[in-house]
Ligand binder design. Sequence first.
Ligand code: F6P
Length: 335
Amino acid sequence: MKFAILTGGGDCSGMNAFVRAVVRCSLNEKPETSVWGALDGWHGLIYNKYRTLQKLDVAGIASAGGTILGTIRVPELATNYSLQETVAQNLHDNRFDYLFVCGGNGSVKAANTINKILRSENLRTKILVCPGSIDNDVCNNHGSSIGFYSALDKSLEMLEWIRDTASSHRRVYLIKSMGRDSAYLAMYAGIATGAEQVIVPGEIIDYEKIATMIDERDRDTRIIVAEGYNESLSDISAKLEAIFKKRNIKHEIRTVDMSYFQRGGSAAVTDILRASWVAFSMVKDAFSRCESGFYSAFYTGQKPSIISLEDASDDSKTSHAQIPQEIIDLTLALR
Ligand code: F6P
């Protein structure tokens, strides 16, 4: 058989473990398999850029951040039918039996659209997708995405560093967290570090109440602001400063953006293990000639949940970006 591997969307730690596992599991099971990496994600499939991958090519990469295959964003792929057609035709013309994808929301949707074209035109390639994104906004009902726990580890470390300086200076820090429209990263990081407040997308903020909370605190206050919240750190800061002035509150405010730092660095062990496990399961299924599908697992060794790409890319059928009420209750209970 002939396989292609693609890492798509925003890079995340754990993608390299996925690549290593697809290559090694395929070649160890059936050495005659030919395995190719699509270079720069979906971009590589549009422009037919691949490199062959042997077992030694993926040595020592599992814990490394980023993706050795690269990932260039192609937003037009979501709507441009002729690009989608090109990708489907290129996959078929290169005689790929399976495409293994590790990517986020956009990649799941692209895979679904391209799979529909492949099936309706009776073309060769099947597509197997595993969620890879720091946002954890892909199919939350069915596991957490690869890269999420790595980004959480980095966030926790940064938030602890900020605590040092915040408490030394008795300052308020407004700290931006990535996550697009999903509050997962900001919220879980807030739970882990014990942030005083997490501001999530869509929230209606009572700034007077936050000012009172800050006023009542003796030392540091760290407020995490999720990327999808509709005000910038400097706008939030200006609003709070105006209230501080009016109420004679003496704290200084500083802002800091953790964003791209959250995405980089070595992978968390849980992401390495789950990426390897899900890839292993996908490869086994591919050798049994399975249909296209979306694979995820909560923990290593758990039978992966497999759903259709159609369901995986339908926001109304999955809990994309929705934080379960229990997690919200936990956040509030820890304040
Ligand atoms: O999807 C991952 C993510 O890091 C989001 O959290 C963020 O909104 C986006 O990618 C940033 O994308 P880019 O790297 O293209 O600026």
